[in-house]
Design a protein. Structure first.
Length: 348
């Protein structure tokens, strides 16, 4: 524990942690989830965007330069102006930069410096939009989102933990195509991505309406894909397009994989009780709804007889066609083309 008046550096030295150990610890703890998500953007791909469409002048994770050269890239881009600034990560406002600094500059200073010549700012991830996990109670670094600092520029919030890369690329492509930002809600989230509740498009919604809930991890309802409301799902109060575009090129999404939504597109979600059901404002929790009939699995003998007859009829038709084709081929000497023409004219 830090002693009164002791610096972090003195504390680490007293604990026997070398500078290299400290840097290794920081690199393990660092989160670049939204950058990682962006790099996996399927359409357009990050490579297409970066190499064919955009000039990405500074990105700590994917840029080639490092050290002083990286700083120079940033300074040149700021001096040129007219760029869209994309920010990942929260901004700590406690102290004078000791909680987050790059090249000796605090995260707040870097943001204000980089935003001054931008035409717009896109904050990506719940950290950059609403403070994210660093802002969770008691928020010791007084972490905030970009729009708490930048007040004189349009700020687009694309929350998520991590973001869905499609929402970032769609916002960038919208800006490049129309020269304007997409319509946004009161939290500055693009409506095309955050205009509908997860609950409204969820594939398990039918089970919610039928009163079919997972009550325990791995129970029969969980195995059958029933609604996760009683396991704490925040879908009824969260706005995001996860159910429709999903992640990893549309492969799956958290609820599809059997985990309740944690509400990562909403402010303050880290302070919510993850596995407690949310309070519903408008509807009575549908345990009061009539139950749905269980589907009958057996196939009746009548339907087997009918389908058997149908298969026989199809097989008979196929046999007749095959026979007819063979007959024509053996009994006519005209070229195939002419024969086809004559058949077509006969049909007409
Ligand atoms: S409560 Fe969750 S799992 Fe159930 S339908 Fe709504 S979003 Fe889907």
């Amino acid at each position: 524990m830090l002693r009164l008046g002791e610096s972090v550096q003195e504390f680490l030295a007293r604990e026997g942690m070398s500078r290299r150990d400290f840097l290794k610890f920081c690199s393990v703890m660092a989160c670049a989830g939204c950058s990682e998500a962006f790099l996996r953007s399927p359409s357009p791909t990050a490579a297409e965007l970066v190499l064919d469409v955009l000039s990405v002048d500074y990105h700590e994770t994917i840029m080639a330069p490092s050290g002083f050269q990286a700083e120079k890239s940033k300074e040149d881009a700021i001096a040129a102006g007219g760029y869209v600034l994309v920010v990942e990560g929260s901004i700590s406002t406690a102290g004078v930069g000791e909680y987050c600094c790059v090249a000796g500059k605090s995260s707040r200073y870097i943001l204000e410096e980089a935003a001054k010549n931008a035409v717009a700012v896109i904050a990506i991830g719940n950290c950059a939009t609403f403070g994210g996990v660093p802002a969770a109670n008691p928020n010791p670094t007084r972490a905030v989102g970009v729009w708490d600092i930048v007040k004189d520029k349009p700020v687009v919030n694309i929350p998520g933990c991590p973001i869905n890369p499609a929402n970032l690329t769609a916002t960038v492509v919208h800006f490049l195509t129309y020269g304007s930002l997409p319509a946004m809600d009161q939290l500055n989230r693009p409506l095309f991505a955050f205009g509908r509740r997860i609950h409204d498009n969820c594939e398990r919604r039918g089970h919610f309406d039928a009163g079919e809930f997972v009550l325990e991890w791995g129970d029969d309802g969980h195995r059958a894909g029933w609604c996760l409301y009683k396991m704490g799902c925040k879908g009824p109060t969260s706005y995001h397009n996860c159910p429709t575009i999903r992640f990893n090129d549309g492969v799956n999404w958290p609820i599809g994989a059997g985990h309740p939504c944690i509400g990562c597109s909403e402010p303050g979600f880290w302070d919510w009780e993850v596995y407690q059901p949310v309070t519903l404002n408008e509807v009575t929790p549908p345990t009061t709804y009539p139950s749905v009939e269980k589907p009958v699995r057996e196939i009746s003998p009548t339907s087997i007889a009918i389908s058997g007859t149908a298969v026989g009829a199809v097989a008979g038709a196929a046999g007749a066609f095959a026979y007819s084709a063979l007959t024509k081929r053996s009994s006519h000497t005209k070229p195939e083309v002419e024969e086809i023409e004559s058949e077509e004219s006969a049909e007409h």
